[in-house]
Design a protein around this ligand. Structure first.
Ligand code: PLP
Length: 408
């Protein structure tokens, strides 16, 4: 009989969002007259910018004409989009990249999940705790994670991100091969200073590690001293891959477009005493297993860089940032310690001595019909915290804040 990839059977189910949904459903049944507001959603709520919609329509028309129709596109993405990314996201910030170091895709989640295929099966992986679960589960699937005991994988190095280190991980005691870093961070909302990011790049250079840098929330950075790209750091081209997405930047969660930067200077062992470039391996992987992001979607992403697109998208982000600022203030008024929410759409709230993560979740639901995400669901270091998101509509956020004030 054919045997499955048994590593898939080792995967843990995440009960976080199903447990939340069940508790909310029970509450609604017992309180049919109450309007429940979710501050837990990780999806955007505002529509696509008009410039993006316009570009989509125009691209659809092209695809319907004999003259402009396009079939299979380049697996790495169209040059018009790679050029725009290179100029607006990198050159404008003093970072020199070549367009063939930029790979367009349908999502940062798929790229982050797939990239681990390029490494040896025995590579040691380090992740932050709390963590975006894709980094862990994709390595479980490929058999790198070991055994699951005490809510942790024996083969994964966990880097706690807690109040005492400002949610910035300390260097691990044992040298990992691959380090996943996500800044601005989901779920803590923390950001790395220039010094802290340079220190991680230096560590990776010294120890011969690769950093997989998830920067899906880059558009939310407000602080002028905070780096937008890991390539603003000296030496990063030799150690880091950067993942970015149009999902939260421009409301593309349903449209799907992202990109991954793999510098040609990033060379790792070929297992035979020599070195090999990850850029060439990723190119080969994508050409073999991926057909490229749709032309019309890439045209839509290109419109994000037009003058109107930039202005429209900035206004949407500002709206979310305003929600974040209001939520921070409301939680503070409840005498809770609040982190994040300045350079990120996530607010990380320490729920204090009285509650644990789920206890506070229940309290907020029962006393104010508000839904948050228990931090414990993102890892053991998330216990004692909840995550709020700024992605709600401004009406719902304002209503939620009124209700929180009544609890203060
Ligand atoms: N990385 C992080 C940290 C995320 O929170 C998300 C989405 O929630 C992603 C990546 C995935 O982004 P995409 O929509 O491009 O797949």
């Amino acid at each position: 009989m054919t045997t499955c990839n048994t590593h898939f059977l080792a995967l843990r189910s995440s009960y976080l969002f199903s447990d939340i949904a069940r508790k909310v459903a029970d509450y609604k049944q017992a309180n049919p007259d109450k309007k429940v507001i979710s501050l837990g959603i990780g999806d955007v709520t505002r529509p696509l910018a008009p410039a993006v919609v316009h570009a989509l329509h125009a691209a659809v028309d092209e695809m319907g004409s004999t003259e402009h129709f396009r079939g299979y596109g380049p697996e790495q993405g169209y040059d018009f989009l790679r050029q725009a990314i290179m100029r607006h996201d990198y050159k404008a910030r003093g970072v020199a990249l070549e367009t063939d170091e930029i790979f367009i895709s349908d999502g940062a989640k798929s790229d982050l999940g797939n990239f681990q295929e390029l490494f040896d099966g025995k590579s040691l992986v380090a992740v932050t705790d709390p963590v975006y679960p894709v980094y862990v589960d994709s390595n479980v699937m490929s058999g790198r994670a070991g055994e699951f005991t005490d809510r942790k994988w024996s083969g994964i190095v966990y880097l706690p991100c807690v109040k005492s280190n400002n949610f910035v991980p300390d260097f691990p005691k044992i040298r990992p091969d691959i380090i996943y870093l996500c800044y601005p961070n989901n779920p803590t909302g923390a950001m790395l200073s220039r010094g802290a990011l340079q220190a991680w790049v230096d560590y990776a250079g010294r120890e011969g590690c690769v950093i997989l840098y998830d920067s899906a929330y880059e558009a939310f950075i407000q602080d002028p001293d905070v780096p937008h790209s890991i390539y603003e750091m000296d030496g990063a081209r030799e150690v880091a891959v950067e993942f970015r997405s149009f999902s939260k930047t421009a409301g593309f969660t349903g449209l799907r477009c992202a990109y991954t930067v793999v510098p040609k200077d990033l060379r790792i062992s070929n297992g035979k005493g020599g070195k090999t470039a990850l850029n060439a391996l990723w190119n080969r992987r994508q050409c073999t297993k991926y057909n490229g992001c749709p032309y019309i979607v890439q045209r839509a992403a290109h419109a994000v860089y037009s003058d109107e697109g930039k202005a429209q998208i900035a206004a949407v982000i500002q709206g979310y940032q305003k929600n974040a600022a209001l939520l921070r203030e409301a939680m503070r008024a409840m005498n809770l310690a609040v982190y994040g929410g300045i350079n990120a759409p996530y607010i990380w709230v320490n729920v204090g001595e009285k509650w644990d993560s789920w206890g506070f979740f229940d309290y907020l639901l029962q006393s104010a019909a508000l839904v948050c995400t228990p931090g414990a669901g993102f890892g053991t270091s998330g216990e004692g915290y909840v995550r709020l998101t700024a992605f709600g509509s401004s009406e719902d956020t304002l209503e939620a804040i009124q209700r929180m004030r009544r609890l203060a």
